[in-house]
Design a protein around this ligand. Structure first.
Ligand code: NAD
Ligand code: DAU
Length: 355
C-alpha cells in the first residue's frame, strides 16, 4: 500500500479516487482536515476497505511512526500543504509550520522507517514530494518556460515555504540517500477545487450573481492543467521516475486570467444562461492587485514527456467544460464548502478592494 498525505484536499482527493479506480493497491490517507480538507471529496470511498482515512498532522511524529509501522507502505506521496497564495499573504505562519516544519518532521520519520527496511524494500521505497512551479518565480513575456534547472526565486510566503520544503527533500536524498522524487506542477483546475482559487471562485460567484473579482489588469498568465492529468503524471513519476530527480508537470496551456474568466462566462452563458439573458461577463469587477503578484508562469514539460512518456489527456477546452459542468452538477458540495469560515475569508480578502 501507499501513504498519501493531504488526500482530502483538491488534488490529493482526485489522486486517491483515481488511484483506487485504476488499481487495487490500498491507500492510507493522512490529512489534518484544515479548512481545505473535505471528507465529502472522498464520499465515493465510504465503504471501500482499500481506503483508510486518518485525521492527523504530517508533523505528528508519533502518529506517522505508528502508521508506517502498522501498514508498511512502499511509498509516501506528500500533498499536504497550505496552498493558497492570498492566505499566505494575510497569515504566513501556518505555511511555515506545515510546508517547512511539517515536511521536515515527515522526512525525519520516513527516513527512520526507511532505514529499518530490508534491502529489497529499501531499494523499492519512494518518497514523492508534490511541489509547484511558483518556486521558480515570475517570467517576463518572451522568457523561456521553467525547466527543472531554472533558479529558484520564490516571491510569496507560500512559494518560499514550498521552495524550502523542496530543498529539504533534495537534501534528504543527497545526505541520507532517501529515495525521493519531486514534481513541480503548474496551476490545476477541475472537480473538488476549493472556491477560494480563481476558476471555482468565478463559477460559484457567477452563479450566485456576485462580482467576479479580477486582480489588477487581469493580464497575469498561468499555465493550466486539468487535475486528473496532474494525477496521471504523479503516478508516472512514482512508477518510472529516476531517484533524486525533479520533474516539471504542465500542459502547455498559458492563459491570461481575464481570458480564463471570459471562458468561464461563455460556458455558463451556454450551459446555465442568466434569467435576464445578459452575459455573466457583466459581473466582472477589476479589484486591487495581489501584493507581489507574479506576472507569468509557464512550464517546460519536455523532460517528463521525453524521459517518462507522459502526456496530458485533456486540452484546456475539454477540461474547462468538464469543470464548469461539474460545478453545475454538484451544487450541494458547493453550498457545504461555503461555511461561515469561508464567508469570513471572502470578507477578509475582498473587502475594500473594489476600484
Ligand atoms: P489544498 O489546499 O486543496 O489541500 C491541502 C490538503 O492538505 C488539505 O486536505 C489539508 O487538510 C491538508 N493539510 C494541510 N496541512 C496539513 C498538515 N499539517 N498535515 C496533514 N494534512 C494537512 O491543496 P491542493 O491544491 O490540493 O494542493 C496539494 C499540493 O499540491 C500542495 O502541496 C500544493 O503546494 C501542490 N500544488 C498545487 C497546485 C494547484 O494548482 N492547486 C499546483 C501545483 C502544486
Ligand atoms: O502555479 C501553481 C499554483 O497555482 C499552486 O502552487 C497553488 O497552490 C495554487 O493555489 C495556484 O496559485 P495561484 O496564485 O496561481 O492561483 P489562484 O487561483 O489563487 O490565482 C490564479 C490567478 O488568478 C492569479 O494570477 C491571481 C488571480 N486571481 C485570483 C483570485 C482568487 C484573481 O484575479 N482574482 C481572484 O479572486
Amino acid at each position: 500500500m501507499i501513504l498519501v498525505t493531504g488526500g482530502a484536499g483538491f488534488i490529493g482527493a482526485n489522486f486517491v479516487l483515481d488511484w483506487l479506480a485504476q488499481n487495487n493497491e490500498a491507500v492510507i490517507n493522512l490529512d489534518k482536515l484544515t479548512y481545505a480538507g473535505n471528507l465529502e471529496n472522498l464520499v465515493a470511498l465510504k465503504d471501500d476497505p482499500r481506503h483508510i482515512f486518518v485525521q492527523g498532522d504530517i508533523g505528528n511524529t508519533q502518529l506517522v511512526e505508528k502508521l508506517l509501522a502498522q501498514h508498511c507502505p512502499r511509498a509516501v506521496v506528500n500533498f499536504a500543504a497550505e496552498s493558497h497564495v492570498d492566505r499566505s499573504i494575510h497569515g504566513p505562519e501556518d505555511f511555515i509550520q506545515t510546508n517547512i516544519v511539517g515536511t521536515f518532521h515527515l522526512l525525519e520519520t520516513v527516513r527512520a522507517y526507511w532505514s529499518g527496511l530490508a534491502e529489497a524494500e529499501k531499494a523499492a521505497f519512494r518518497f514523492l514530494h508534490v511541489s509547484t512551479d511558483e518556486v521558480y518565480g515570475s517570467l517576463a513575456q518572451g522568457e523561456p518556460a521553467f525547466s527543472e534547472t531554472k533558479r529558484y526565486e520564490p516571491n510569496s510566503p507560500y512559494s518560499a515555504s514550498k521552495a524550502a520544503s523542496d530543498h529539504l527533500v533534495r537534501a534528504y536524498h543527497h545526505t541520507y540517500g532517501l529515495p525521493v522524487l519531486t514534481t513541480n506542477c503548474s496551476n490545476n483546475y477541475g472537480p473538488y477545487h476549493f472556491p477560494e482559487k480563481l476558476i471555482p471562485l468565478m463559477i460559484v460567484n457567477a452563479l450566485a450573481g456576485k462580482p467576479l473579482p479580477v486582480y489588477g489588469d487581469g493580464q497575469q498568465i498561468r499555465d493550466w492543467l486539468y487535475v486528473k492529468d496532474h494525477c496521471s503524471a504523479i503516478r508516472t513519476v512514482l512508477a518510472k521516475g529516476k531517484l533524486g530527480e525533479v520533474y516539471n508537470i504542465g500542459g502547455w496551456n498559458e492563459k491570461a486570467n481575464l481570458d480564463i474568466v471570459h471562458t468561464v462566462c461563455t460556458l455558463l452563458d451556454q450551459l446555465r444562461p442568466r434569467t435576464d439573458k445578459k452575459s455573466y461577463r457583466e459581473q466582472i469587477a477589476f479589484v486591487t492587485d495581489r501584493p507581489g503578484h507574479d506576472r507569468r508562469y509557464a512550464i517546460d514539460a519536455r523532460k517528463i514527456e521525453c524521459e517518462l512518456g507522459w502526456k496530458p489527456a485533456e486540452t484546456f477546452e475539454t477540461g474547462i467544460r468538464k469543470t464548469v459542468q461539474w460545478y453545475l452538477d454538484n451544487r450541494d458540495w458547493v453550498s457545504h464548502v461555503q461555511s461561515g469560515d469561508y464567508r469570513k475569508w471572502v470578507e477578509k480578502n475582498y473587502a475594500g478592494r473594489a476600484r
